[in-house]
Write a protein that binds this ligand. Structure first.
Ligand code: ACO
Length: 328
């Protein structure tokens, strides 16, 4: 096996204090705890308050990574934020985070690949390190999806939650690190999951506020099918590139959108569910932040131990999908 070039160094995450249960949703929408649990595996999610901006959540996650690694904000050469729900559309979320952190030396920019964003950003960071453009790249995924979802639409509102996760990518000083990575997109599927209004094609106007086109629209059943296929492809490609099979993987950390998608993915990769990290029950779908939050939890609770091989896989709007095998 080839020696990894770059490694993920330190982890961090932040999830908002406010827990919203399925039962609370059933008081505002025609839904039930039973329906949500059986169809999605979600029991509750976190909802960020007005003081919990993406910048604040991202900063909290980043500070844990800095503490883990002993680095200071001035050691960061680049700062990449993955998000599809930034605090504001201009400048990038990454520049706002840079200012809050005081990472004065860093280049800062966003990557938008919806729920796949964290894996896309890790791959970009690996490329920067490989090209000697940067020594330490902070990668943060943060989402405040509860501000862009339609609270009156039961087919989407119950699925999403808020939070942030982070890590640093640097040149690997050992055998730890990224063994393979795979990125893929299919823009012809864009309208399965999108926000029709609010951009340059449909700038903000009165109609936008009335027709709810500013919010996430999703063809759930079609997204489900595309998700199962793309997650299977993602696992196949990352394993093949690393010269491994599912049996070599100690822990799978998939995008946390729906327990049924996670189970289908694990089955395809030949992994029993006790080798799969699941927190969709507690956080719902936090889009780009999902794999990042799960990674930090898996490290902190001891599920992911040094020497293990971990595989990440994710899918999202675009359609985008991606995967990565990492020697931890
Ligand atoms: N409560 C009660 N009933 C509901 C709810 C709800 N919250 N939502 C939908 N229903 C109803 C529907 O209206 C439908 O009723 P009908 O038969 O009378 O028309 C019925 O339940 C079945 O609806 P389906 O959409 O067929 O249900 P399904 O089993 O497919 O589950 C779900 C829906 C959970 C959305 C599923 O399709 C799914 O998870 N899809 C993937 C979604 C996803 O992962 N999105 C994230 C993408 S990542 C990103 O980039 C943000």
């Amino acid at each position: 096996m080839k020696r990894p070039f770059a490694e993920l160094w330190g982890t961090g995450s932040y999830t908002p204090k406010r827990v919203m249960t399925n039962d609370e949703f059933s008081t505002i929408l025609d839904t039930s705890d039973q329906w949500i649990r059986e169809r999605t595996g979600i029991r509750e999610r976190r909802v960020a308050g007005p003081d919990e901006s993406n910048a604040c959540m991202a900063k909290a996650a980043a500070e844990q990574v800095l503490k883990d690694t002993g680095l200071t904000p001035l050691d960061l050469d680049a700062l990449i934020v993955a998000t599809c729900s930034p605090d504001r559309l201009l400048p990038s979320q990454a520049c706002d985070l840079q200012a809050l952190l005081g990472a004065k030396r860093a280049a800062a920019f966003d990557v938008q690949a919806a729920c796949t964003g964290f894996l896309y950003a890790l791959s970009v960071a690996e490329g920067m390190v490989a090209a000697d453009q940067a020594q330490h790249v902070l990668v943060v995924a943060t989402e405040k999806l509860t501000t862009i979802m339609d609270w009156s639409d039961r087919t989407t509102a119950v699925l999403f939650g808020d939070g942030a996760g982070a890590t640093i990518v640097r040149r690997s000083p050992s055998d730890r690190g990224i063994l393979s990575r795979y990125l893929k997109s299919d823009g012809t599927l864009a309208e399965l999951l999108y926000r029709p209004g609010g951009g340059a094609a449909h700038p903000p106007d009165e109609r936008l506020l009335k027709d709810h086109s500013y919010f996430i629209k999703m063809a759930g059943r079609e997204v489900f099918k595309a998700a199962v296929l793309s997650m299977a492809d993602a696992c196949d490609q990352a394993l093949q590139q690393a010269g491994l099979t599912g049996a070599d993987i100690d822990l799978l950390i998939p995008h946390q959108a729906n327990i049924r998608i996670i189970e289908a993915t694990a089955k395809h990769a030949g992994l029993p569910m006790d080798k799969v990290y699941v927190n969709v029950d507690r956080f719902g779908n936090t889009s780009a932040a999902s794999v990042a939050i799960a990674l930090d939890e898996a490290v902190r609770c001891g599920r992911l131990q040094p020497g293990m091989k971990v595989m990440f896989c994710a899918f999202g709007a675009g359609f985008t999908w991606a995967s990565m095998v990492v020697q931890w």
